[in-house]
Design a protein around this ligand. Structure first.
Ligand code: PHE
Length: 345
């Protein structure tokens, strides 16, 4: 076979072999086999020196052409395989953005915050604005200005946590949100419609129905000619908004130092509708909050003219509302942060 046709055959064989290779590793192995030191081309090159001198240039040129042709075939195939690999990788890495992602557990409002929010929303809708108070306050705002001077027997209704005595003033953790009434009346003139949600503190031992820290929402309305009937109507509307339109309310005489008369408000049981069940202690009625007409002495402490203005106030326990509404049997569940419990709300 002439050197020329031998090289042509070599190129044709290479072309077929290169075309059949399916991946880059195999292609590199084939490249060293076909163009490396032990390849037929290398061998033909070494044998050039055995040819008659006249034939060497022509043979050398053909070998060079064949090597170039084979290298070009390799280069082209390399390009093809790399492009195919890239396409394959893109396909494998493709993300279907329409698939649902891994679900991330996000937190949500605590049931106490939710209850405060729900109750506040109703009251704001009724025209009350939200006032902020301080959890640490003085004895004056928590008791004295609320017609509860030192030594008053009503102080023992709420076991108080005192913080320190500063500048001759007794400083305490507020036992009720009622002090916010005093702060607000000091800074605003009537008419006044405000609510004050917040934390309160009492020296109580944690048990299924007591907690030393809990939440109240205070309400205060001051206007001309407000009556107990206005208070009853307001609370009936409010309780129906929260517990349902069927609820009836009942006022019973009670005692708070800062209201006169004072009332304990009960609503007809939302489970048995008044016929008696475990939730209402077979009474048909459930106590929900304390309220009353603002005592003139309280108006006196803030400089409101009690001849001209009348008012009513109410205070409710947020935990109590939440426990009733959701049937929570133990107040401690509200503070233990057990996600299995909290995630139900
Ligand atoms: N502050 C009272 C309590 O904590 C509740 C209350 C508020 C009663 C306003 C009457 C008027 O028990």
């Amino acid at each position: 076979m002439s050197a020329g046709s031998e090289m042509e055959a070599l190129v044709a064989q290479a072309k077929q072999a290169i075309g059949a290779v399916a991946d880059l590793d195999a292609l590199e192995a084939l490249a060293s086999e076909l163009t490396g030191r032990k390849s037929l081309i290398a061998k033909a090159n070494q044998e050039l020196k055995d040819l008659p001198p006249g034939e060497r240039p022509e043979a050398g040129r053909r070998i060079g052409q064949a090597r170039a042709a084979i290298n070009a075939l390799f280069e082209a195939r390399r390009g093809e395989l790399m492009a195919a690999g890239e396409a394959e990788r893109i396909r494998a890495e493709r993300i279907d953005v329409s698939l649902p992602g891994p679900s991330v557990r996000i937190g949500h409002e605590h049931v106490i915050s939710k209850t405060i929010g729900d109750l506040t929303e109703i009251l704001v809708g009724m025209g009350y604005r939200v006032a902020e108070g301080n959890e640490v306050d003085t004895d004056y705002y928590n008791f004295e200005a609320l017609n509860t001077p030192p030594g008053h027997p009503a102080r023992s209704m709420q076991d108080t946590l005192y913080v320190e005595s500063g500048r001759g003033e007794e400083v305490l953790l507020r036992t009720q949100t009622s002090g916010v009434q005093v702060h607000e009346m000091e800074s605003c003139s009537p008419p006044l419609y405000m609510i004050a949600p917040g934390r309160v503190f009492r020296r109580d031992t944690l048990d299924p129905s007591h907690s030393p820290v809990f939440h109240q929402i205070e309400g205060l309305a001051v206007d001309s000619d407000l009556t107990l009937g206005d208070l009853a109507g307001t609370l009936k509307f409010f309780i129906r908004e929260y517990f349902g339109g069927e609820r009836e309310i009942k006022l019973r005489p009670s005692y708070f130092p800062f209201t006169e008369p004072s009332v304990e408000v009960s609503m007809s049981c939302f489970l048995c509708d008044g016929s008696g069940c475990r939730t209402c202690g077979h009474a048909g009625w459930i106590e929900v909050l304390g309220a009353g007409m603002v005592d003139p002495n309280v108006f006196g402490s803030v400089g409101y003219d009690s001849e001209r203005w009348t008012g009513f106030a109410f205070g409710l326990g947020v935990e109590r509302f939440a426990m009733l509404r959701y049937g929570i049997p133990d107040i401690r569940l509200l503070y233990e942060n057990d996600q299995r419990f909290l995630s139900q709300f």
